[in-house]
Write a protein that binds this ligand. Sequence first.
Ligand SMILES: Cc1cc2nc3c(=O)[nH]c(=O)nc-3n(C[C@H](O)[C@H](O)[C@H](O)COP(=O)(O)OP(=O)(O)OC[C@H]3O[C@@H](n4cnc5c(N)ncnc54)[C@H](O)[C@@H]3O)c2cc1C
Length: 486
Amino acid sequence: MTEPTPLSELPVAIIGAGPVGLAAAAHLITREIEPLVFETGAMPGAAVSAWGHIGLFSPWKYNIDEAARTLLGSTDWVEPEGDYLPTGAELVAQYLTPLATTPQLRNAIRMQTRVIAVSRLGKDRTRTPGRGDTPFLVRTQGAQGQVEDHVVRAVIDTSGTWETPNPLGHAGLPAIGEPAAREAGLVTSPLPDVLGRDRAQFAGHHTLVVGAGHSAANTLLALGELREAEPSTRISWAIRGSDPASVYGGGDQDGLPARGALGARLRHLVEAGHIEVHTSMTIAELSIASPAPTSAAGITNALTVTGTTPAGAVSVDVDRVVPTTGFRPDLSFLREIRVDLDPIVEAPTGLGPLIDPEYHSCGTVAPHGARLLAHPETDFYIAGMKSYGRAPTFLMATGYEQVRSIVAAIAGDQAAADAVELVLPETGVCSSDIGSSCAAPESAVSEETIGCCEPTPTECCAPDEPVTIGIPTGLTHGRAAGRTSD
Ligand SMILES: Cc1cc2nc3c(=O)[nH]c(=O)nc-3n(C[C@H](O)[C@H](O)[C@H](O)COP(=O)(O)OP(=O)(O)OC[C@H]3O[C@@H](n4cnc5c(N)ncnc54)[C@H](O)[C@@H]3O)c2cc1C
């Protein structure tokens, strides 16, 4: 009988080869632990590629992980200029692809391999004795449908949230008729390439963009540009809030100026009448016209979108709906794992109150690491975009510090795991309240819910007025500050 491989000699599984998953792999390499990365896409950064036409709001200097830089430093990689703002496609081409093809990582990544379940070897979720010393079992499915089991010592889930967008309807549920409209292709991806790949769907047609935030702003600006070239293009925008001004942010006060500029340009498009804004609207129903009508301009309005507003029901006939209503984590493959998630945000419990969009609308969250991100399941972590659950304010730089700390904890170096440090640019609306919010009720943020290294809530509350910086991903100081947006 062959002896089982000691736990410490097994690889660490990483779910997803996005920026944070690859950074985790690089940190494992620096600690001489073998990474085993599973990526469902055909290339590293598959989710980023899907929005490759979008310009990032953070420049290169915030987008490169330290351990990744070290690996790349021993190749002929030329580091991009720090202040340049790459597009998603450039992030993949100039950073993620070179990183994934370094000699240390190229054989560690299994492309077109989806993780479909995580468990402990021989132990379902209810089995406790010896659980922490039992290897994990990661089940994957390949492109041809082949299922494989992998035995690993720890799991870092960095699978992001791109594949699980929120539905259009209110109450967190799909609007009536939404599944059929999605199936018919009338509801697009959250960030279609309006001026490139997907142009034909929008040019000379009527598009309704639903939602407020960075993604909505990007799509509306692209549609505005398309309208200049194709004047029959119509743009409508539905938001839950009562005033689109809450989406524009702080313009030139933004710590990430590209983000501030977006808001200023959007304001101009709205004020010039190029965008019809429907405020205080929640989407109730989508119905596909049958047969599709044709307007005088030859435009078909294939879909009627009905929303509720304080003034009653409003219907808009459109050709496409772009849903920019945020994302939520896919927890389905974690059923056999003991996870501890905040009941509101679906982020790790300690992190949830720090990023709850009800009270926060900023990317400026205190640095945090393994301790705050731990679950009852020893050596299992959710990091990166997925660690923010339903909160929209995640920054890559935050994820890089998360995985540096997590890998240190897995390696047994608790001192390094606890030494979380990160200087982030100021974004969103909370430069004066690092990590917590003056708007948050005391029950939402307590010392127990804040990790060992975060400042206490009392440090935040000097000025009464929050500083407004950039396009908020929620509303001013979170939704609590703008009740009409609920
Ligand atoms: C349009 C847009 C612009 C953004 N701009 C910025 C910015 O300027 N600066 C910034 O700091 N942040 C930005 N972000 C936020 C965030 O940093 C990015 O979304 C970043 O890509 C998150 O990295 P990640 O590795 O956590 O997740 P992702 O990049 O989403 O990577 C997750 C990977 O996991 C794979 N995957 C998913 N499920 C599975 C599975 N079951 N099995 C195997 N693989 C799986 C996916 O294919 C994907 O490649 C932006 C986000 C968006 C959407």
